[in-house]
Design a protein around this ligand. Sequence first.
Ligand SMILES: Nc1ncnc2c1ncn2[C@@H]1O[C@H](COP(=O)(O)OP(=O)(O)O)[C@@H](O)[C@H]1O
Ligand SMILES: [Mg+2]
Length: 482
Amino acid sequence: IQEHLIPCLNAQKKAVLRALTNPPVPSTSERSAKGKGKVKAIEVDEDFDNATAYGQLKDLLEGTTMRNEGNSCLLLGPKGSGKTRLFERCLSEIAHSDSNAKPIVIRLSGWVQSNDRLALRQIAIQLAEETKEHSDDDETKHGQPIAENDDDNPFLDGSKLGDTGAEAGFSLPSAAHLPALIAELPKLNRPTIVLVDAFDLFSLHPRQALLYCLLDTVQACQSAQGNKGLAVVGLTSRVDVVSLLEKRVKSRFSGRILRVSNVPSEEGWLGIVRRCLLSPAALSPSNDETTESNVEEWTDLWTTNVEKFLADSATKQSIHETYSIVRDVRVLIRVFTPAIARLSPSQPFPTAAFLQRAMQSQRTRTPFTSLYTLPYPALCLLIASHHSDQKGHPVFNFEMLYEAFRVQLRASMAAPIQLNGTGIGMAFETLIAARIFVPAAAANLTTPKEFIKYRSVVEREDLKKAVEKAGQVSLKKWWNKS
Ligand SMILES: Nc1ncnc2c1ncn2[C@@H]1O[C@H](COP(=O)(O)OP(=O)(O)O)[C@@H](O)[C@H]1O
Ligand SMILES: [Mg+2]
């Protein structure tokens, strides 16, 4: 492309990369335009991007924010199907509608908060942040003193609870206060939404105390008066999650399960790609080089080329190949991100060949089918590495393997034939060069070569076949030893 369009290309790349971190939602016009074409297209589109679950979750959250209800539900779907995305979308929608009070949002994750104490601490911290912001707003409005803060946050009332978290600058609750504190949530001056990511992991906590308290409070909230509402949204990929709950916890759960699924078709995938690629570049008007006409020229050029790329049957083939293996949108993002980042003035537009290369780099290498053609010493080393693995040392260095080899030589008459150290050293190098032995730790310049740690990427079965195919009796005997 010409020089004057380079800033446009860079801006475009930036925009696309940003879009890839969170693919945009299909616009309604796009949806209805497609729907007109075929009846079937409507059906596919209908649940594209999990519109059903989206509607249900939004209703549920609005019940809490607008009508102060207590609500609980689970979003159930495979990893990467967009559960978190769906929740955040609903949330931003609710935050942008100015109908009611902005809810307090608390985000927990079973991966991080591995016990209830940590979870409680996290609730306290997030609550402190959320209520602080809020009362800062209040302060500017009504000129009230900051000391009011603590009234908002029952978790920080030091007089009620001991256990000072000095470094955090406020008192932290102890686990014994869990029920009392959670019960306070609906009494805050704004509705509260609690997101419980990896919901299933919380069921491993003793007595499922946190889940019990949350769900119990939700249930009590429905009948009680003067509450601001509480919603508990669990995210999980375990289909059997409800059966993990203890009876008393289960009985308090509303039983509402919203299903989230992966993008249901290849067209859906292509749609995501199109929306990402065609996201408008945000060109700063202050930039002199990018005059109006340049931008127009660029947009036309880019759009034409992207459409050409998407219409290319080779592109469709690549997408098809990947889609038939995995349906996770994250794979698509992982393929496109480096590909887009590599666009340059000499190669400014995505092409099918480009995509093919990017997808290739995401695949595993083909299995080792010709191991048996390796030289004899290399096979010896592979067998030694295998024995090392069997003994619980998957990571080894040259010395270890060579030692194993020498021991074997001494111990048995049917030993591998005598080899000198250099021959075997060269075999080791060969295996490293073939990336059959890969470094197991970051290389350190001071480590002598024979002590650098490696591990073998060859599967047991592949090696077994190779040993048999190589047809050396001594190797077979060594292989069968141990
Ligand atoms: N239907 C979809 N359309 C566009 N992007 C999606 C879709 N589903 C998931 N993604 C993207 O995939 C990634 C993983 O989604 P995430 O919400 O974290 O999945 P989960 O929480 O279910 O594991 C995110 O970058 C998200 O934007
Ligand atoms: Mg998630």
